[in-house]
Design a binder for this molecule. Structure first.
Ligand code: BG6
Length: 483
């Protein structure tokens, strides 16, 4: 693998994301030789850490995530890390940062390449982008920026943030990260759809009755009440992860696998995304909040959550496109905290056909993304010892050995940033369209809130969410496949 020279600056270098995901992933890329001799990482945050202390943290992060490591390798890797105490609102601090980056660039022959990573509270993204620009932090080689979610709070704030970032970076150099796009089974959607005649040929409204997407989580909001109460499930999960999954399922076949062609196919589809009216929001969407149990708090009693909060910890909804291979097919989705289990799955429900046996089940194709990687197709066959039809699953489960080979989503996506492949990142035009949809739903909810008595279902924790979500289907013959 090619050694890519670069100085990487992580805003949020003392944070949880850097510790749990970025440092271990960078180490793996280092071991593979992608970044090796000519790189340095500057971790920044407000705390007054030393270079040495950051290196200890990096080393701890690697030990926590790897069973066996070569201590010399860890030491050599950590020696590439530098710490700069930094207040993102203080212009002077960017001058110091720029100087350090330049010094390290000379020392490591990084060829003027810079990679900026925004891994801190999103309210600072705009300020950082502005000062990268006005203090000229970009280098003379390539300049790329990775932006964590949420990218904005609504369309207007996303547009503002985008403006601040594009002052220094071209769209091609902005990597809006969505960790779902780094997951094995999400990356498997395109090959599954486009290489199997069995699947490709039935991918239309003629055969598909509906598609169902579930992102269920066992955990509640935990320590993130403060952030979550300003976000809610729609912004936290639907605006990004669920919409990217929907797009991969509904887009036309790209002309080739280049990043441009994939994004073009997505954009073509998204033009035909139907934005719901307030009446459609009322009819097709359900929002909910989890109640408490003997041992857990109700959402409204969680720390840092407004006791009168109208923020949803659960949402179910429906969407459709007017063009693309599955134009007109209803796509139902739901996500929530405190479900009975952690499960991410996609169910493609096929239509029934007339047959001489009478009753038969529909064929469903299920893609399980988490916790297991698994694909199964339900088929009908004869019963052995009595007349009639029985249902069987054709299942492909990834083996333990295969799972062990799957890199963490962050490692994959960081690799893509280094090699400049933005296929699995969110393009601005996609993000904009997602926000248009989300804003329409949020506006309708806001009006309901203002009118008093908004319908926010209170659901029991560790079950399947509010039963009201059973009523969003278009026809009485439809229901959630995963129950
Ligand atoms: C994040 C959300 O983007 O995704 C979290 O902010 C959520 O609220 C998480 O818990 C879920 O990710 P995963 O990979 O565990 O399904």
């Amino acid at each position: 693998m090619k050694n890519i020279p670069v100085i990487m600056i992580i805003f949020g270098g003392s944070g949880d994301l850097a510790h749990r995901k970025l440092y271990p992933s960078l180490f793996n890329l280092y071991e593979q030789g992608l970044i090796h001799d000519n790189f340095a990482v500057i971790g920044t945050a407000r705390r007054p850490w030393s270079h040495e202390y950051l290196r200890e943290q990096v080393s701890d992060a690697i030990h926590e995530t790897h069973d066996q490591v070569d201590e010399n390798e860890v030491k050599a890797f950590a020696s590439h890390f530098y710490y700069q105490s930094h207040d993102v609102t203080n212009v002077e601090h960017y001058v110091t940062l720029k100087k350090l980056a330049q010094e390290l660039d000379d020392r490591y022959s990084a060829q003027g390449n810079r990679l900026f990573y925004m891994a801190m509270a999103p309210r600072f993204f705009g300020t950082i982008a502005t000062h990268i620009n006005d203090q000229h932090l970009t280098g003379s080689g390539f300049n790329r920026i990775v932006v964590e979610k949420p990218f904005g709070h609504d369309l207007a704030s996303a547009e503002q943030l985008n403006k601040e970032i594009t002052a220094s970076f071209d769209e091609n150099d902005i990597f809006r990260i969505d960790h779902y796009l780094g997951k094995e089974m999400i990356q498997n959607i395109m090959p599954m759809r486009f290489t199997n005649p069995l699947i490709k040929n039935i991918w239309s409204g003629e055969y598909i009755k509906n598609i169902q997407i579930t992102l269920a989580e066992r955990l509640g909001v935990e320590a993130r009440g403060g952030y979550y109460d300003t976000s809610g499930a729609l912004r936290d999960m639907v605006q990004n992860h669920i919409f990217q999954i929907i797009t991969l399922l509904a887009m036309p076949e790209p002309k080739d696998l280049s990043s441009d062609s994939v994004h073009q196919a997505k954009q073509e589809l998204l033009k035909s995304l139907i934005i719901p009216t307030p009446e459609e929001v009322e009819k097709n969407f359900v929002r909910g909040q989890y109640l408490g149990s003997d041992t857990t708090f109700a959402y409204k009693k969680e720390p840092n959550v407004d006791p009168d909060s109208t923020t949803e910890t659960y949402v179910a909804g429906k969407t459709k496109f007017t063009s693309g291979p599955i134009a007109g097919v209803p796509i139902y989705f739901r996500t929530g905290k405190e479900f009975k289990e952690k499960k991410t799955r996609i169910d493609i429900v096929l239509k029934h056909i007339n047959n001489p046996y009478g009753q038969a089940h529909s064929n469903n194709i299920t893609i399980e993304v988490d916790p297991e990687s698994k694909i199964y197709i339900t088929i009908n066959g004869k019963k052995i010892d009595e007349p009639g039809i029985r249902r069987e699953d054709l299942t492909y489960v990834f083996s333990k050995e295969e799972m062990a080979k799957v890199p963490d989503g962050y490692e994959r996506l960081l690799h893509d940033v280094f090699v400049n492949d933005s296929t699995n990142f969110t393009h601005w035009s996609e993000l904009k369209r997602y926000w248009e949809f989300i804003d329409a739903v949020e506006d309708a909810w806001q009006k309901e809130n203002e009118a008093g008595n908004p319908e926010i279902a209170q659901y029991l924790p560790y079950r399947m969410g509010p039963k009201e979500a059973d009523n969003i289907f278009e026809s009485p013959t439809e229901h959630w496949i995963y129950e």
